[in-house]
Every structure is written in C-alpha cells, then in structure tokens.
Design a binder for this molecule. Structure first.
Ligand code: ZN
Length: 503
C-alpha cells in the first residue's frame, strides 16, 4: 500500500501533466492569434480539440478520482492555508465539475470555438453578422447543454460564471451591479452638463514604432520581466502563459489612436505581472494561476487606470512622451493632457471606453448573455437587442455590427460568463488601492518619481504569490477586509472625475 505522502506525490505528478497539456494548448492558441496563416484554422481546430480531450480525460481519470478520495480527508487535517490543502481543495472542486461533462462534449466545444474564431474575425472584418451567426448559435446551444450538466442550479448562468469566478453566483453579481448602476449613471449625467474637455490631440498621427517603444519603456519600469515574457501584435490584445517562466502579452497599434496601444499594453502587463509573480512553490500545479478572472482584471485595471491614467504617473512620464512626440504634444500642458486622456464620453467600443462609462458596457453584455442562456433572446435577434440596449445605456446607436455586437472576441471563444469579471475587476482594483494607500501612504509620491517597486512588491506579497490558492471572494476579503463591494470604486470615480470636470 502506498503511503499518503506517496499518493500526494503521484497526484501532483498527474496534475503537472494536465498542466503541461493545457500549456501546450495555450501555446497553439497564442500562435493562432498572432502568426498562424488563415489556412491553418481547420487543422488547428482539430489539434486544440485533441488536446482538450486528452486534458479532460487525464483530469477526470479514475486514478485522479481514487487519489482525491484519500487526499480530501487528509487535506482536512492540514493547515487550511498550506499549499497542499489549497491544491487538494481546488482540484477536488474542479474535479467534481469536470466529471459531470462528457469528454466528447469538451472536444466538440473546443473544435466549434476554434472555427468560430475564424468566422467571427471574418464577420467583423466584413461587417456581416450572418457569417458568424451559425457558429454563435452552436456555441449558445453547447453552453446551454453545458449548464444542464450542473442542474439543479439557482440560475442557468451560474455554472458558466463559476468557471471564471469560482463560487460567485448570478444573483450576487446582479446585486452588485444594481447598487453600482444608478451611482455611475448619476456621475455620467452630472459630467454631461459640464463643458467637455478637449482630447483632439489623441487623434493626431503617432508613429507606430515610437508608440511601441514608449509602451515597452513604461511596462519595463512597472517591473514586467522580459526574461520571462515577450510582446507581439494581435487583433485583440491578450495575455497568455505557459508557466510562470513564459508569460506573453500582445497589443495592437493604430497610428490614429495615440493612447489606445499604450493603455492596452499597461493593461496586459498588469495581467502578466500577476502570472509572473505567482509563488515558485506552486510551479506546474493547477493553482499556479490567477485566483479568478475578476482578480486578474483587478491587476490589469489597477496598472492601466489607477496608475496609468493618474496625475502622478503622467507627472513623471509626460515629459518623456513629449520628447518622443514633440509635434503632437509639445504645446500641451500636463494638465491639458491629463484631462484629455480622462475625457468622459459615452462611446461604442468597450475597450476604448473611459472609466466612468466602462461598466455600463459590461452590464449590457451581462443582460444579453443571461437572456441568451435563459432562451428569451435568439442569436438572430442579438444585433437588434444590442443596439437597443446601447441606446438605453449610453444613448448611442452603432452604425454597423462591427462597431456593435461583433466587437468582442469572447463569444466566438465560447467565453459566455466572462464579461462580468471585467466590471468586478474594476471594483476590486479600487478596493485594493484603498488598502494600498493605508499601507503605503507615500505611494503617489513614489509614482511621481517613476518608482513602482513598492507597489509591485505589495501586490506580489498580498495577491500574486498566492496564485489560485483561495477562491476570489476569500482572497479579496483577506487583502481588503471586505468581499467585492462597489463603494470604493464609486468613491474613486467621484473624487477623480468631479475634480476633472469641476463639479
Ligand atoms: Zn484584461
């Protein structure tokens, strides 16, 4: 009979294999979105489906099940914060979920979503929703089937949300959004009555190479580790990793949108520094990743917004940016620049949205996803439903579907349940910031000097190194003293934007 220590070692070995298969799939996915020629799509779909099937088979094998049966009671005797206890707890939870889903459905989903990403890209490029529609119908159907494996549930959306936010329920998200929405709308309406700030300088031409260079300078100062990362271009910026030693980011650069690439680079670097900061003790294990997508997004939004759109940050970096772009920015004051990049204006595109309106884009998507999953909205009616909600929420009508329902990659990847994590990440980022300022009262002076080591060190210590040892709500509470709560974000928005718009 093997001892419990031997069983734990065998269990970790199985988990490392599963992790390696997932990382191989992630590398294929990275390649698909960066360098793969269009002709590779179909076979790539089969490759990804094969890896998804192998991963699922290994993860849900009888051997893992038998090991867990012995290890779960063993873990209950361990220190609940120990790596082993957290690992066993997290895998047992995932295992219970994964064994409910037939392997062939996992493979089918991987195949369908790989193909759908091509049809979505084509539909988006040609402004033709019909090209994407059959694939999206298939995805919605497969997601409804998936949710069905977890019945009974409080809400059909719960199993999907749980894949991105372990433990969080649809009802909780709705309660948070219901508290948040009127306060954000009130701020936006107050701002709308004030004279608008000028940001016309953002629409001048900014050479691609220099934009790239500046972004690299900024995130290098933040502490992004290039020995364990690289940056490439893709249609939709993203971060991916194949272990903590290889965490890659992508960006897209448009010479006519001076700020877009920079903020997206800071955003993705925030995600990447989280993965690079995971404790070495967790290497290769399934908990060597972010605690959840919302916690992940709290890191990206913290660096992009709380740091990257702040006055102290630009006090340091604006002179450097002026040096690179003297013709475009030479006559601008720091104050004009700061107001310009923080202009509040309802807009069509989520990833370009300002901080005050961003969450409304998310609320719109959450409602549509819930309606698709409940079956009260058909995919064929989605463009019209999108447009009508855009009018309600932001007072705008998209002129075409490329600027409307086709703008995001998520649905083509099957990631229904993902969107709310963006707004939750915003809320967590403000909660973390309040905690940070309590611990590092001179943080803003450090940022004014271009120093980020204490900030990154604090995030490493409090958030990054733990990986996915804790469920997101547990982690947020440990670090900030409260579970996810919209009030810190509302305080942050009001303080910042009432100053900018002088209300
Ligand atoms: Zn993100």
């Amino acid at each position: 009979m093997p001892t419990i220590e031997e069983k734990l070692a065998a269990f970790k070995e199985r988990m490392r294999e599963v992790q390696a298969l997932q990382q191989a799939a992630a590398l294929l996915g990275w390649d698909q979105q960066t360098y793969m020629p269009p002709g590779g799509a179909e076979e790539r779909g089969f490759q990804l489906a094969t890896l998804a099937r192998l991963t699922h088979e290994r993860y849900t094998s009888a051997e893992v099940g038998a090991l867990l049966e012995d290890l779960v009671p063993y873990a209950q005797q361990l220190d609940p914060d120990s790596d082993d206890a957290c690992l066993i707890r997290a895998v047992a939870r995932e295992y219970r979920k994964a064994t409910r889903v037939p392997t062939e459905k996992v493979a089918e989903f991987a195949q369908v979503t790989a193909m759908a990403q091509e049809s979505w890209a084509k539909a988006r490029a040609t402004n033709d929703f019909a090209t994407f529609r059959p694939d999206l119908e298939r995805i919605v159907e497969l997601r409804r089937t998936y949710a069905g494996y977890f019945a009974p549930y409080d809400h059909v959306y719960d199993p999907l949300l749980d894949d991105f936010e372990p433990g969080l329920k649809t009802a909780e998200v709705r309660a948070i959004f219901d508290a948040l929405r009127p306060q954000q709308v009130e701020l936006i309406q107050t701002i709308a009555q004030r004279p608008q700030v000028d940001n016309s300088f953002l629409r001048l031409r900014y050479a691609e190479k220099k934009q790239w260079q500046f972004g690299v300078e900024v995130i290098t100062r933040f502490g992004y580790d290039w020995q364990r990362g690289r940056q490439d271009k893709s249609v939709h910026p993203f971060t991916t990793n194949f272990g903590r030693g290889d965490v890659r980011i992508t960006t897209r650069i448009d010479p006519r949108q001076g700020a877009s690439a920079l903020f997206s680079t800071m955003h993705e670097a925030g995600h990447a520094m989280y993965e690079q900061g995971i404790g070495e003790n967790l290497t290769g294990l399934p908990i060597a990743g972010g605690a959840s997508m919302a916690v992940h997004e709290s890191q990206s939004r913290l660096w992009e917004n709380l740091v990257g759109r702040s006055y102290p940050f630009w006090k340091f970096f604006f002179p450097r940016l002026q040096q690179l772009f003297p013709r475009q920015l030479g006559n601008l004051t720091l104050d004009q620049f700061y107001r310009g990049i923080n202009r509040v204006q309802p807009s069509l595109i989520r990833v370009e949205a300002d901080e005050a309106t961003y969450n409304l884009h998310i609320m719109l998507r959450l409602e549509l996803e819930i309606a698709l999953m409940e079956g009260s909205l058909a995919v064929k009616d989605l463009p019209e439903a999108w447009n009508s909600r855009m009018r309600d929420y932001l007072g705008l009508t998209p002129p075409n579907d490329t600027l409307g329902v086709l703008q995001d990659v998520h649905w083509s990847g099957g990631m229904i349940g993902y969107f709310p994590t963006y707004a939750l990440g915003n809320l967590i980022s403000a909660q973390l910031w309040e905690a940070l300022l309590r611990d590092l009262p001179n943080l803003e002076e450090q940022i004014e000097r271009g120093e980020f080591a204490d900030l990154l060190g604090w995030l490493r210590e409090k958030v990054h190194r733990h990986g996915a040892k804790y469920e997101p709500q547990v982690l947020v509470k440990r670090v900030t003293g409260s579970t996810i709560d919209p009030q810190a974000y509302v305080r942050y928005l009001n303080k910042k934007y009432r100053a900018i718009y002088e209300v």
